[in-house]
Structures are given as structure tokens and as C-alpha cells.
Design a protein around this ligand. Structure first.
Ligand code: GLU
Length: 468
């Protein structure tokens, strides 16, 4: 049984064999550069003082700033944050986002705290980061992760800005902010949409699909999603909207199953109203949530926490494709089972990179102090209008209103963000596939993704001239 960080190291070592880098350089790439473990007191609503355990790990500064989310969970520990920070480095490298990897964690169950307590904890954590120079638009830029969202990011940017008066780029100290606080349109759904684009690209590959005995395309595929948080919800939404049948959605209190398909939005509303996914109309309730992972389906999307599929349950998983929307949902033992079974595992560290990719767009927006599309939208629309009108005059034919609206439309921020995300996920999928197919000894897509990441970080170090 390996710790999460050891599992990441194992996958790294497995891939390092396929690279040409010096052993010492590989050690440097693998190591976590800076680890900040902190304890601070917070007075709770009932007057009690609680000592909060929290972390920020900067895995690599081969590119700065460092980047990665902050999670709120009772399971947070240093090993977990180190593993997640490492994955961020590799993730950013693969999708060509020019950041080093980092991650933060606060060991609390957010459900056990009032909003006011959560705000105090988040603001105090931010102040601790400021004191040690562990946050800033050019240093380290946090984002949402498990148990956090826009609200927490708003508290972080506000605390940071108040401690750094006059810092013109303060908004770029954190991403995943609400739009009104410097956020970017499209960040919320980015991870789920990125997962969808990545899996769709794999499913469009005829050779890969033929090997798995599946037809190409997303339409009609049976999908199981684990997790109805931000990532799971949006994965389910995009798969359903594109013709897949989401036959089950699992949460920690149980799972719901229906061969006809589950509507994630209805389920989300039901869960908000009743506190559970149980008794959802038209579905069967599965009390043991983990059993939903073993349902007969084409695509399984674990979108919750790490280590949910290990050597024990992996042999019972029937999905042909596993898309890792969560970070580290499979253990190295599970990987071995799937290699032997011929199950295709699309690895976390690029498949869920949509979040950080759009975070990058948000950070760029913050540094440029202007919304995407602000300058060119009207210009493009008027140019398109003139071109279309000219074509109509020359041909003597008229475009339909639908076609006219489509052609004349100038890009809004959301159009540009989605376009950038789609391009990123398609190129990354192809790059990893190319590495995998160029070397038949590489056993799986995860190893190919690591090779891709190690090479990119390696080049970056080599270019710095530290390791001639
Ligand atoms: N927490 C997300 C991840 O694991 C997003 C990180 C970011 O946007 O910086 O990739």
C-alpha cells in the first residue's frame, strides 16, 4: 500500500525510464521544492478556539508563478497536498500552461462550519500565506479545489488586496473568482468541459475505439459519473447534452441508477432540497455508493477524490474507458489491473487540466486588466455584416436569419474561453497519443502523459542551464 505521494512517485519513475534525462535532474523534477505546514487559531461562533491545520506546497518553480487549488477536507494531510502539487506541475506542463505546480489544503469539513467561520478560516489562511510570501500574482496563485469555490476565492483576493495596498495586479493572486471580483466567464464549468473534450477526442480515434470494441463518438455511450460536485456535475451535463446516457451518478450517501439516463440538474435540485440523492424519481437507489463504479457501462468518470479504485475493486470494473476527472482516483495497483484487462485509462493530469487552463486565461485577463473580446467584438460583427451583405448582393441570394446571426456574431469572453479550452484539450490528447504510439513499450496512457510532462519540465530546467 503506497501513500498518495508515493503513488505519484511510482508513476513518475515508471515513465522516467522512457526519457533521456540525467538521474539527478529527474530527482529535482520529482521533489517538492517548498512545503509550508501551518497551524493557526480561529475563534468559532460558540467562543471556542480551534487550532486549524493547513498546508501550501509548491512542488516546482521551473516556471512561475506556481499554481494549484486549495481544498477543504477532513482528509487533508501533508502527503496528499504534496501529491496534488506534483500532479499540478505535470498537468500544467502537458497543456502548456506556463506555471509550476502547487496545492493547498485546510483540514476541515466545511459542512461542520458556519459561513462566518469559513470566512475567518479562509482569510486567516490567506494572511499566513502573505506573511511567508507564499501567494501573489507572480509567486503562487491558488484556485478552487474539493470543498472550495468562488466564494472562498473572493475572500482570498479581498484579504490579499487589503494586505497589499496599491498592488495593481492583486486580482491575479487567485483564480476561480466570481466574475464581479475579476473572474473569467467559463471557469466554473472548465474542468468538466475539459474532461468532456478530452474523452470525446479519444472516442473519435477509430484505431483506439476498434481496439476497445467500441464505436466512435460520444453519442449513445453509457456513462457512470462518481461525484456531483462542480466537476462531476459538469461532466454529466456535457456528456448528456452531447448524446451520451448517464446511467448512474454516485455521491457519498449512495448512488442513483437508471438505464434511461439520469438528468444531473434534476438530481442536483433534488439533493439540495432533500439532502440526499435517495428517492430520485425514476431511478434505483444503490446504498453502497462504490458499487455504482462496477456497473456495466462504456465510460466511467471518477470525479470525486483520490484512491477510489484500487487493486481490490479494479477487477470488478466493467467500463472500457475510465476518464480521471478527479486527481489520483486510481492506485498504481489498479493501473496494473487495467493494463492487463485492456481498459483505457485517460489520466487525470491532463484530462482534468481544463480547470487550470481556464485559470490561466483568468490570470491573463487580470494582468491585462481588460475583458476578453472587449476590443474586437463589435469590429468583427460589423466586418462580418459587411462581408455577408456583399456576398448577398453578388449572389442575389439571402442568408437565413439563423445563418446571419451565426456568421455575424463577434466572439464574447465565453466563446474565446471555450475555444481556447477545446484547442488545449484536443492538442494535449493528440500529443500524448503520439508519444504513446511512437513507443510501443510504453504500457499505458498515464505513462505516456508522464513522459510528455517530464520532457517538458526537463527541457525547461535544461534551458535554465542549471544541469548542463
Ligand atoms: N484545483 C484544480 C486542479 O486540480 C484547478 C487548479 C487551478 O485552477 O489552479 O487542477
Amino acid at each position: 500500500m503506497y501513500s498518495f505521494f508515493e503513488s505519484v512517485e511510482r508513476s513518475f519513475d515508471k515513465a522516467a525510464e522512457f526519457t533521456k534525462w540525467d538521474k539527478g535532474l529527474l530527482e529535482q523534477i520529482k521533489a517538492c521544492n517548498s512545503i509550508y505546514s501551518m497551524r493557526f487559531p480561529v475563534k468559532m461562533d460558540d467562543g471556542r478556539i480551534e487550532v486549524i491545520e493547513a498546508y501550501r506546497v509548491q512542488h516546482s518553480q521551473h516556471k512561475t508563478p506556481c499554481k494549484g487549488g486549495i481544498r477543504f477536507s477532513k482528509e487533508v494531510n501533508q502527503d496528499e497536498v504534496m501529491a496534488l502539487a506534483s500532479l499540478m506541475t505535470y498537468k500544467c506542463a502537458i497543456v502548456n500552461v506556463p506555471f509550476g505546480g502547487a496545492k493547498g489544503g485546510i483540514k476541515i469539513n466545511p459542512r461542520n462550519h458556519s459561513t462566518y467561520e469559513l470566512e475567518k478560516i479562509t482569510r486567516r489562511y490567506t494572511a499566513e500565506l502573505v506573511k511567508k510570501n507564499f501567494i501573489g500574482p507572480g509567486i503562487d496563485v491558488p484556485a478552487p479545489d474539493y470543498g472550495t469555490g468562488e466564494r472562498e476565492m473572493a475572500w482570498i483576493v479581498d484579504t490579499y488586496a487589503s494586505l497589499k495596498p496599491g498592488e495593481i495586479d492583486a486580482a491575479g493572486c487567485v483564480t476561480g473568482k466570481p466574475i464581479t471580483q475579476g473572474g473569467v466567464h467559463g471557469r466554473k464549468e472548465a474542468t468538466g468541459l475539459g474532461v468532456f473534450f478530452g474523452v470525446r477526442e479519444v472516442c473519435n480515434n477509430e484505431t483506439v475505439m476498434a481496439k476497445l470494441g467500441l464505436s466512435t463518438g460520444i453519442s449513445g455511450k453509457k456513462v457512470v459519473v462518481q461525484g456531483l460536485g462542480n466537476v462531476g456535475y459538469h461532466c454529466a451535463k456535457f456528456f448528456r447534452e452531447n448524446g451520451a446516457i448517464v446511467i448512474a451518478i454516485a455521491e457519498y450517501e449512495g448512488a442513483v441508477y437508471s438505464e434511461a439516463g439520469i438528468n444531473e440538474e434534476e438530481l442536483f435540485k433534488h439533493r439540495n432540497a432533500t439532502g440526499s440523492v435517495k428517492d430520485f424519481a425514476g431511478s434505483t437507489f444503490i446504498a453502497k455508493s462504490a458499487e455504482a463504479l462496477e456497473l456495466d457501462c462504456d465510460i466511467l468518470i471518477p470525479a470525486a477524490l483520490e484512491n477510489v479504485i484500487d487493486g481490490n475493486n479494479a477487477p470488478r470494473i466493467k467500463a472500457k474507458i475510465i476518464g480521471e476527472a478527479a486527481n489520483g482516483p486510481l492506485t498504481p495497483e489498479a493501473d496494473e489491473v487495467f493494463i492487463a484487462k485492456g481498459t483505457l485509462v485517460i489520466p487525470d493530469m491532463y484530462l482534468n487540466a481544463g480547470g487550470v487552463t481556464v485559470s490561466y486565461f483568468e490570470w491573463l485577463k487580470n494582468l491585462s486588466h481588460v475583458r476578453y473580446g472587449r476590443l474586437e467584438k463589435r469590429f468583427t460583427e460589423s466586418m462580418n455584416h459587411h462581408i455577408l451583405t456583399e456576398i448577398e448582393i453578388l449572389t442575389g441570394k439571402q442568408a437565413s436569419t439563423r445563418a446571419r446571426n451565426l456568421i455575424e456574431h463577434g466572439a464574447d469572453e465565453i466563446d474565446l474561453v471555450h475555444s481556447g479550452l477545446e484547442e488545449t484539450m484536443i492538442s494535449a490528447t493528440q500529443e500524448i497519443m503520439d508519444i504513446w504510439h511512437a513507443n510501443p513499450a510504453i504500457p499505458d496512457m498515464r505513462t505516456a502523459a508522464y513522459v510528455c510532462a517530464i520532457d517538458k519540465v526537463g527541457i525547461s530546467y535544461a534551458e535554465l542551464g542549471i544541469f548542463p
